[in-house]
Write a protein that binds this ligand. Structure first.
Ligand SMILES: Nc1ncnc2c1ncn2[C@@H]1O[C@H](COP(=O)(O)OP(=O)(O)OP(=O)(O)O)[C@@H](O)[C@H]1O
Ligand SMILES: [Mg+2]
Length: 381
């Protein structure tokens, strides 16, 4: 793995940077910082983000909005050293609205479109079915790629229980909607056939096992209507999912794996890299986020007292400072060991030789405004 590299080459050479990784490792933060860093390189960047922490959303101007893109004001950009002509637009992914757009695109008539959009079972599929959020994020990227307003898209990925879910999302969504039970239901609702309610209920039970538990009156009817309408839509929808899946395997796309230096997150990062190489792809960069510093050399009590005074604190805090310093070094040593194990695992895997590694320090507070992101972006790009 190449150390001390930056993501400049990816920023300059690719059109889409996908930030993937385990839950809570900093994908959203890294995506936003990376977008800012790319803008500083003169790019017109769109950052597609997913549920940023509230303070970060506020400072990006996303408070209370979904789906709509928000361009960071030029004067704020200039203040961060972003050149004239470059731009940073941030949009929060709206899974349901993206799905609605697909339905509208593929529905054979406005009547069918409206029936599907108003269907209660559709409300569930379009918001809560496993993989929907990932798929819609991918779909949205493809939709915005044709837009010349942006020359680079940075994609944050949804919090999944497993980073691997992301790449498989199109196939999994199609599978869920095209499962034998679903097909069976569609057949059952063909008007030519008359099936008893008993076999119908069995079919529904099968489907429910696949898609999760739902309750509510009239649900059966909603579901029946949905699967029947879906039949008309399905051909186009399936073809589009294939297209989305293919696009994400294209040369314009780069995969930035984000991880913290803890074993669980690194295991997931390694699995993700393996999954990429199984599809003939490779990870382009590994961002190690929230690394603890290892403090070399002894710090005396006098040094700690002097440091406390410099920060307007009392001498009595010095022992606690020393302890915190030592704790951080211990954590830092754990990080180093976890990383060594990770590197031993991924070395040798096809394509990982080119994986550049960027380290981001654990900041004292949650990064939540553009200035905090700028600190991280300078390390990234
Ligand atoms: N380098 C850092 N130093 C300190 N805090 C950080 C750093 N990077 C991220 N954080 C904080 O860690 C938390 C998780 O970060 P973030 O929301 O970016 O992760 P995520 O991978 O997008 O999570 P999810 O999987 O839930 O979407 C946030 O509170 C964020 O502010
Ligand atoms: Mg996130």
């Amino acid at each position: 793995m190449a150390d001390g590299a930056t993501l400049l080459g990816l920023v300059q050479g690719r059109r889409v940077l996908v930030c993937a990784g385990a839950g809570g490792v900093g994908k959203t933060t890294v995506a936003a910082a990376l977008a800012l860093g790319a803008a500083r390189q003169g790019k017109k960047v769109l950052c597609l983000t997913i549920d940023p922490a509230k303070r970060l959303a506020d400072s990006l101007g996303l408070a209370g909005m979904r789906g709509d893109a928000h361009s960071v004001a030029p004067d704020r950009l200039r203040a961060l050293g972003i050149p004239e002509g470059a731009g940073l637009t941030v949009a929060m992914l709206d899974t349901k609205r993206t799905f609605d757009d697909i339905v509208a695109r593929h529905a054979p008539s406005t009547a069918v479109r409206d029936r599907i959009l108003q269907n209660r079972f559709y409300q569930y599929v379009s918001t809560s079915l496993a993989g929907t959020q990932s798929y819609m994020a991918m779909e949205k990227v493809l939709a915005v790629l044709g837009d010349p307003t942006h020359d680079l898209v940075v994609l944050d990925t949804p919090p999944t229980s497993d980073a691997l879910d992301f790449l498989d999302a199109p196939e999994r969504l199609i599978e869920a909607l095209d499962s034998p039970a679903m097909r069976w239901l569609v057949d059952a609702f063909e008007p030519r056939r008359k099936l008893g309610l008993g076999s119908l209920a069995r079919g529904v039970a099968l489907v429910l096992r696949g898609v999760g538990r739902l309750t509510g009156r009239g649900f059966l009817e909603h579901m029946a209507e949905f699967v029947t309408e879906l039949n008309d839509l399905f051909g186009g929808f399936k073809e589009r999912a294939r297209e989305v899946s293919r696009a994400f395997r294209g040369k314009d796309f780069a995969y930035v794996i984000v991880s913290t230096p803890v074993p669980g997150a690194l295991d997931e990062a390694a699995l993700f890299l393996e999954r990429l190489s199984a599809s003939g792809l490779h990870g382009d960069a590994l961002v190690l986020n929230r690394l603890h510093a290892v403090h070399e050399g002894a710090v005396s009590l006098d040094d700690a007292r002097a440091a406390a005074r410099r920060h307007g604190l009392g001498d009595d805090i010095a022992p606690a400072l020393l302890e915190a310093l030592s704790d951080e070094s211990t954590q830092g040593a754990f990080d180093v060991r976890a990383l060594e194990r990770f590197e031993a695992r991924v070395r040798g895997s096809a394509g990982n030789g080119a994986l550049s590694r960027i380290e981001l320090p654990l900041l004292g507070d949650d990064p939540h405004d553009l200035a905090d992101l700028a600190v991280l972006s300078k390390i990234l790009v």
